[in-house]
Every structure is written in structure tokens, then in C-alpha cells.
Write a protein that binds this ligand. Sequence first.
Ligand code: ZN
Length: 502
Amino acid sequence: MQSDKWQQLKSRLAEVQNIHYASGLLGWDQQTYMPPRGARVRAEQLATLDKLAHQFFTADEIGQLLDDLSVEAANLPYDSDAAGLIRVTKRDYDKLRRVPPALVEEISWTSALGLEAWTKARADSNFGEFKPLLEKIVELEIELANHLGYADRIYDALLDQYEPGMKTAEIQAIFEDLRRELIALVQQIGRKADRVDNACLFREFDEQKQWDFGVEVIKRYGFDFEAGRQDKSVHPFTAGFGLGDTRITTRVDRRFLPCALFGTLHECGHALYDMGYRPELEGTPLAGGASLGVHESQSRMWENVVGRGRGFWRHFFPRLQQVFPEQLGDQDADSYYRAVNKVQPSLIRVEADEVTYNLHIMLRFELENELVERKLRVGDVPAAWNAKMKEYLGVMPPNDADGCLQDIHWSLASLGYFSTYSLGNLLSVQLFDKAMKDVPAIPSQIEQGEFTGLLRWLRENVHQHGRKFTLKELATRVTGEPLQARPYVAYLKKKYGDIYGL
Ligand code: ZN
């Protein structure tokens, strides 16, 4: 009888998962190969599939099965697949049931308008054009938060959609430590800015050769082209449709080599995570990454901690030089390692280096909080943005396009999302430190272009669990300590102290 109910639940959840995968594949196609005029019918196909998945998943029968099985699951070990399945599915289910479908529809409709308004306002560099839509979006997000519910801060409800279990106050405490250290480090580096020259990154590099080099590296990383592929898109992303089909995209800039290479390494990090959960979790809500923050810890680790590391370039620079002998003839592994790590306070988040990146995130996190707590009016966003840019990074946006209009997230009604980028950066280092402690050979393996030691460790400690544990649970389980800023700050001070002779 009981095992009957488990089977019922699992087969229903597998149907929902299949709809999600089908919709994900249509979304992948939309951003890669779909002809422009397919956009209208594609939007309708996606809307239908998303509605179906929502109906299937929020059905009363699923709620009943979850209630019945919760009793049984309560007696199972917390780490067991069955307990994890009930815990995570119930969390998703309760969240979706709490929000009225009419509100979901209004948010999706408004964000479609928001995206259009944002695109135009950004092109015109005029925040005023986007302001009415953003005001509407903030109101809807406040309404959404009230439906989702929260105990302490309204922002908790929005954050929880992307980073389950994480609280605003916890992030604030972590950011407090980080901000002070980062601002000081940026200033110290600024006084020695000319110690690193990165002109060698901006030469002319054949697109196909760039592409092939990236592919060569991610094959070494462990990306399985029998279970995945890479294509081009305007905005790089990773999309997984179950074990056996994980796809990444990249973009290539002829005149700036890091664009394609580090984009590829980043998405490969996401993909390795998506390729790594245990097959037993397939077809359930446990298949996939734990949260956006944990996902970003994987992409950032392979992109930055590994890919912008000295050991990586000791191995790969001679190979890159072979590919581009004319462009890189005047460089060596060390000068190239320094070039790809140049620190430069800049206006644009997506171009930011490891030291300044998290300051961009804090700024957005703080403004979002003030907006939903009604401490900041939407009309005052540009001034507040510019003041914080000046304070944190010492730079002043000359216009709205390079200031508060640069990111797409607010137009999509994705308030609560940004901090997961920083949580991912912090976790990437905390995990990597532990991996090196457990497997001391990892750094010398990396110098030989050998990454199986690190990947095996990640599979064992992070990937195999899928969504079973939250970021906070994983950090503590794996590293023995809660997520914190200290390891990341130590990593930056050592790496950049050395590069800049601080
Ligand atoms: Zn990412």
C-alpha cells in the first residue's frame, strides 16, 4: 500500500519533469537556432507547456500523496533519497500553491512588457522610460512576497525562490565582512594598477581557433560530448534535459579572447554539475542543482579558481601559444596568467574581475532590499546607484545605460536573484579549499592539465546529491563550517597580493 503511493508520486513527478525538459529544450532552441519569426508561436508553445507543468504539479492528488507519505518520510534518515524527495517536493509544492495563478500571470505579462521597456530605455539610456514598469514590478514583487510569506524580512520570501533556506540577515552579515575587505583591496591594487598589462588579450583571434581551444579545455575538464554539446547564443547559458543531454552555449569576440574562453569554462562548470547527480534521482524534483548559489559555485570554480589560476596557465599557455603564435609570441605563462587577472574597477558587472565583482552584487542586493521595504523610491534608483558605485568602486556611471539599466533581471521581475552570484563565489573557494585538503595532489594535477581528481571530489561531495540539500546544508556538511567570507577574502589577498606585489 505504502510503496504503491511512492510509485504513484514518482510517476506523476516524472511526468512533470518531462514537461519541464521539453519546455527547456524549446527554450534552448529559441536562443540558438530558431528563426526570428518563430518567436510568436514559440512563446505560445512555451506558455502551454509551463501551464501544463504547473497544473500537473500543483494538483490536489500530489498534495494528498505528499501529506500521506510525509508521515512515513519523517522516520527516515534526513539524507535518504526518500526523505529528501518528500522534503524538497513539499517545499516546491507549498510555494507554488501559495501564489494565486492570476498573480503569476500578471507577473509574467508585466515582465514581458518590462523587458520591452527596459530594452528601449537602455538603448536610449533613459531610466525615466523604464520607471513606470519598474514601479509596477516592485509592487508585484511585494505582493508575491506577501503570498509566499516570511517571518522576518520581506526580501526573505523573494530570495528563497532562488536560494532556499537562506535569509537576508545572514547574507547581510556575510556581505558586511566582505565589503570592508574588498573596498580596501581595490584601493590597494589601484595604487599599483600599472603592474599588470593585459593588452595581449585584445588582439585579433580567429573565431574557430578560439572555439576549438575552449572545447579542448572542457574535454579535459570532463565535459562529455556524448552527453552534451556547445552552440552559440547572444547570452551564454546552460540547459540540462536530464542525464545524457546537457547543453552549453558561448559567444566569441574576435578581438577579446577571454570572452569565449572563460564563458565556455563557466558554462562547463554548470554543465558538469548538471551531469553529475545520481541516476536514481532522475525524473524527480531532486534531479538538478541545489540552488542558484550552489550552481554558481561550480561555474565560478572552473572558470576562476581553476581557469584563472597559475597552475592552469602553466599547462595551457604553451598550447594556446601554439594556436596563436603571432598574437602571443611576446608572452609567457606567467605574464598571461597576470593579464587574465587584471583588476580594474569598472561600471559593468558582467565584465568585472574577481576582486570587484562582489561589490557590484552588494550594491544591487542593498537597493533591492530598500525597494521592497519601501525605503527607496523607484525614481531615486539612479542617484542611489551612482552614489554606491562611487563609494564601493570609485567610478561614476556617465549615463543610465552603463549604470542602473545595465542588467536584465529587474525587467524580468527577478528581484532576489543577484546575491546568489556572490554566494556562489564564496562557496566556490570554501569548497575548493576543502577539496585540496582532502586531495592534496589537486594543484599539481591541474598543472599537468589533469582534472579528474577535482571532478571526482565534486561528484562525491556536491554533484551526486542533486537538490537534496540546501546551500547552507551543503556548506556545513562538506566543509564543516557555515558559508562565510573569510576563505574567499584570504584567497583574494594571497592571489592578488602576489600578482600586484602588495
Ligand atoms: Zn553562471
